[in-house]
Design a binder for this molecule. Structure first.
Ligand code: PEP
Ligand code: MN
Length: 332
């Protein structure tokens, strides 16, 4: 709609869209209101809409995702977690912590250390999606309680994974950001359930998902009503076996063109190798990532999962020093 369009003109467009048998979603912006049209099977003849008073232009979006696209929402979305802002133009954030919560000592030691070194959020899995059923599956509710203790001690907001729709309400009692793992990116029941809560969701890219499938998965959460979605690239499967996955850094500028949602990078799962985490973290920030998420463990050799890719506390301290220099160079 034109920026001076009246409420009456907006309502008239919505009514016309409904008469056409389609759904209209008004998306108010600071400059103008856009009206998203959903529910069409193919190209829409826009003759009935285009000449209505107040309409500035009709943009046809031929993608499986619409509400998360830049076409619908030209300005970058900023997501607030506690007092931290994540998104376009904001200082890139750092999420740090172990792969899994293993014990009170382990999570508190890590939380206190990463807080002191400047991390913005604490990560740690309580429900772990492991490749085989005979490995450590996480401390579950006990792990969530330990994360709450770490938050109480450090003030760091918590990022933790939820694997099933049934556990969304339990995990959201403890988490500030709910993570969807790579193996669940297309668990549509889980995505829909997360669309009904009022907490940010960190959606990881499926290990074999295209960008279009990734954004369509985000659309599931968004369309259900939860607009707080943070995208996370964590490496994809390729023929290469020297690294755990192949980090696709081009998603940062590409998603910034296609979508208004924030994008962060997880260089730990992307590479699987501790020594590669600092250079890839810095590369992500230079490419324009809105943040990074790195695994840190006080004793990586004893970690119950993902030790080889976890930074030591000293390693994380060194990386944070480098990130500070880099973000100041980048103008934050
Ligand atoms: C994790 O972040 O601990 C995790 C399991 O990641 P991914 O789903 O990307 O493998
Ligand atoms: Mn892990």
């Amino acid at each position: 709609m034109h920026h001076k369009a009246s409420r009456k003109q907006i309502d008239a467009v919505i009514a016309t869209v409904k008469i056409m048998g389609l759904t209209a979603k008004p998306i108010p912006g600071s400059q103008r209101t856009a009206i998203g049209v959903l529910g069409n099977k193919g190209y829409i003849n826009d003759l009935n809409i285009r000449d209505l008073p107040g309409v500035k232009e009709v943009i046809h979006v031929t993608k499986p995702y619409k509400m998360v696209s830049r076409d619908f929402h030209p300005r970058g979305t900023i997501i607030n977690v506690a007092d931290i802002e994540i998104g376009e133009g904001k200082r890139p954030i750092v999420i740090a912590g172990p792969c899994a919560v293993e014990s009170e000592n382990q999570i508190i030691r890590t939380a206190v250390a990463v807080k002191r070194m400047g991390a913005d959020l604490l990560r740690g899995g309580a429900f772990k999606p492991r490749t085989g059923p005979h490995t450590f599956q996480g401390l579950e509710k006990e792990g969530l309680k330990l994360l709450a203790l770490a938050k109480k001690k450090t003030g760091l907001p918590i990022v933790t994974e939820v694997m099933t729709p049934e556990n969304v309400s339990l995990v959201s009692e403890y988490a500030d950001v709910l993570q969807v793992g790579t193996r669940n990116m297309q668990n549509f029941d889980l995505l829909r359930e997360l669309g009904r809560i009022n907490k940010p969701v960190l959606l990881k890219r499926g290990m074999s998902a295209t960008i279009e499938e990734f954004l369509a998965a985000a659309e599931y959460i968004y369309a259900e009503g939860n607009h707080k979605v943070i995208l996370c690239e964590r490496g994809i499967r390729t023929f290469e076996t020297a690294t755990r996955n192949s980090l696709d850094l081009s998603v940062i500028p590409l998603i910034n063109e296609l979508s208004h949602l924030p994008v962060i990078i997880d260089p730990s799962h992307a590479t699987g190798k501790r020594s590669l985490v600092p250079p890839m973290s810095k590369a992500a920030l230079v490419a324009g990532a809105n943040g990074i998420m790195v695994e840190v463990h006080p004793e990586p050799d004893k970690a119950l999962s993902d030790g080889p890719q976890s930074l030591t506390i000293q390693g994380f301290e060194k990386l944070m020093g480098e990130i500070r220099k880099l973000t100041s160079f980048l103008g934050y």
